[in-house]
Design a protein around this ligand. Structure first.
Ligand code: SF4
Ligand code: SF4
Length: 342
């Protein structure tokens, strides 16, 4: 695949061209936070951010998603609702690109989830390499950043007045063809500058060291004290925030809504494994009614069971759970405590 240079003066004209062909999603400022949203005006887009408060996974796995409508007449009519809209996400960070690779495995292993996979197929990802790490991120130790090695269609590295553009897929190459004149050839100096930018960014992570592998080993070998789960449970507010902001959390509930007579719609909603109702069964029995069991299971799932299933933890080190958790029960600090044997 080729590499190019895009002068920053051409970024907006390029994205305008993209908007004429596909729906554009990009980072914007909202109530002093950064979120990803659909773009109507190109000037809404910001590139001055570390990462968004919530991951862009909602464009693939929405918080509330009507998956089918049904009607019972002489027979039952079921109409699946699948999105085929073509979209481009500009500005996604490396950790979230790896988060999507994680979701890909979950939603295609054994059963192929058409609602997720169809959206995924129709989205082109333009990744922005992080020149400065975000406050709580530890992607470098989760091998998911600050620069992505796989998973992007185009990857932009900020070289000051221009972007170094890597093409990662045919979809990426097709996007460049929309506005080929804006892109120029790279020269050796550009490669060197890109290398320096990434190296400088990597060197800023040292204070955030998180040893996911060692924590996974300790969990697998049952070397973690039950007291730790009890203490974390005492501090957990059961808000579900950690799951909702996480780019790799996949759990959902399914409910029927707007039921009128013999018709209705089936909706998939985000769920959270730390909430009391998550494992409650019909009839009322709940195998994980105690919060300490739910917190414990959450970390076993993310850091240990996922290795057995997918050969990798399902934490990409985005640091969002550190930002949102009211009880400091974030993955980075829990991993540190597991490693220290507390
Ligand atoms: S964000 Fe923190 S307090 Fe809220 S459910 Fe998750 S662990 Fe508990
Ligand atoms: S567990 Fe926390 S740090 Fe890891 S990917 Fe999820 S939100 Fe990010």
């Amino acid at each position: 695949m080729k590499n190019y240079i895009l002068d920053k003066n051409f970024l907006k004209p390029f994205l305008r061209k993209v908007m004429k062909k596909e729906r554009l999603i990009a980072p914007i400022e909202f109530n002093k936070d950064i979120i990803f949203d659909f773009i109507d005006e190109i000037d809404e887009i910001t590139t001055n951010f570390t990462n968004s408060i919530i991951s862009p996974k909602r464009f693939f796995f929405p918080q509330s998603d009507t998956i089918l409508e049904y009607e019972k007449t002489s027979h039952v009519k079921v109409q699946p609702i699948v999105s085929y809209e073509r979209r481009v996400i500009f500005g996604i960070r490396s950790c979230d690109v790896y988060g999507l690779l994680n979701l890909d495995k979950f939603y295609s292993l054994g059963y192929e989830d058409i609602y997720y996979l169809q959206r995924r197929e129709n989205v082109t990802l333009i990744n922005l390499v992080c020149s400065d790490p975000c406050e709580n991120g530890f992607c470098i130790y989760a091998k998911s950043g600050p620069k992505a090695e796989v998973g992007f269609d185009l990857q932009f590295t900020d070289l000051g007045d221009k972007y170094f553009v890597e093409v990662g897929s045919v979809k990426g190459e097709e996007l460049i063809k929309i506005a080929e004149l804006f892109f120029s050839k790279i020269i050796e100096k550009d490669e060197e500058r890109r290398f320096e930018v990434v190296l400088k960014s990597k060197s800023c992570f040292s204070h955030l060291y998180v040893d996911l592998q060692d924590a996974a080993l300790k969990l697998k070998n049952n070397l973690v004290s039950e007291n730790l789960w009890q203490e974390l449970a005492d501090r957990c507010q059961r808000c579900g925030g950690c799951n909702y902001v996480c780019p790799t959390c996949t759990c959902f509930d399914v409910v029927d809504k707007d039921i009128e007579g013999q018709r209705g719609r089936r909706v998939r909603l985000w769920d959270s494994c730390v909430l009391g109702g998550f494992t409650r069964l019909a009839g009322g029995y709940n195998p994980r009614s105690r919060i300490e069991d739910r917190v414990k299971r959450k970390f076993y799932h993310k850091l240990s069971y996922e290795i057995e299933k997918f050969q990798a933890t399902s934490c990409v080190g985005c640091g969002r759970c550190t930002t949102v958790c009211l009880g400091n029960i974030d993955t980075a600090s829990v991993v540190r405590r597991i490693v220290l044997g507390e």
